[in-house]
Structure formats: structure tokens, C-alpha cells
Design a protein around this ligand. Sequence first.
Ligand SMILES: [Fe+2]
Length: 227
Amino acid sequence: ANMLCKVRQMRSCASILNQTVSWKVGSRQKHTLPDLTYDYGALEPHICAEIMQLHHSKHHATYVNNLNVTEEKYQEALAKGDVTAQVTLQPALKFNGGGHINHTIFWTNLSPNGGGEPQGELMEAIKRDFGSFQKMQEKLSAATVAVQGSGWGWLGYDKESGRLRVAACANQDPLQGTTGLIPLLGIDVWEHAYYLQYKNVRPDYVKAIWNVVNWENVSERLQIAKK
Ligand SMILES: [Fe+2]
């Protein structure tokens, strides 16, 4: 009788544990669209309100929704031990996960009080690694304008060498996940980021975006990246 009691206890304990585990998986936090700290029209005349509104509330929101759907499917595949399904889901994870990561950085990289030049350690690092602020600007602009099709230009931090680097990524490939560089400043050159205002003239959009770069945010990112 004592043994039976122990088995029952163990079963009830296992069932509680099971419930806890499934509750934890079920309540896994969904990704959410981050709020902007400025109005959609605040970056005008450099980026118009209509672009900002569509870009944030439609495009970024879609990456967030599809990331949540993909993660749910991925959890199911993991639970079933279905490696084929996991591999099949990886492109969607990269695309929507990258889209969410990239845009989340992008909004904070911009500010209605932005523009000008950075100060302090970031400026010193730019001068050391590119020669001057203007040279960095030219190099990042050129790499960004040259992205074939949709993608991003980045100023990133290479933790191994302790240096800043310019890089370009295709599609929504996230900088750190695909190159190892830590993202500091991203320029979105998907047509959804500029076409309504700049039409086919991507270089004009890239030129204008420097007027709203939030250098304080880029500096903070460098500080965190160096830790
Ligand atoms: Fe975008």
C-alpha cells in the first residue's frame, strides 16, 4: 500500500511538472511592435509621415506577426523532434526575425533632433578607423546605395579587433547573426523605406537620412558593444 501511494505521488508530481512545462511554453512571450519615441511626421522633411506610418505600423508589424507564427511552428517541430520541419522553418525565422531585429534598431537610430556629428568615444573611433567622419559617411553611403535589390547598410562593431566596420546585408539578414558584427547604425534601403518620397532615387534618401541620425543612440550602442 505504501509503494502504491508513492507511485501515485510521483505520478501526480509528474503531472504537475508537465502542466508547468506546457504552461511555460504556452505563455512564452510573444514579440511585440515597439512604440516609436517620436511622431510619424517628426522626421519630416527628410522622411515623410506616410512612409513612417506604413513602415512602422504595416511593414514592421508584419515581421513581428510572422516571427511569432514561425516561432510557434518551430516550437511544435522541436516538441515533435521533427528536424526536417525545423530546417524548413529556418528561412522564415531568418527573414522575419531579421526584419524585427533590424527595424527595432532602425527606429532608435533616428531622431527628430538627430543629424550633425557624433562626439566623444564614437567620434574618436570613427576617426581612427575611417580617417574622418566624412570618410565614414561616404563609405557607408556608398555601400548602402550599392545594395542590390532590398537590404541594409550598416556601421557595425567588430568585437575581435575592436574596430568599426561598414557592411551591407541583403534582404532582412540581421548583421550580427550573419556577419558577427554588432549593429550600431542601420540604413534600411528596401523600397518601402523611401519610394513614396524619393521614388527611384535611393542616393537622395541615403543623403537625407544623415540629417536624422541619432548619434546618442549610436554611441550608446557602441558603449554596450564594447562591454
Ligand atoms: Fe524596412
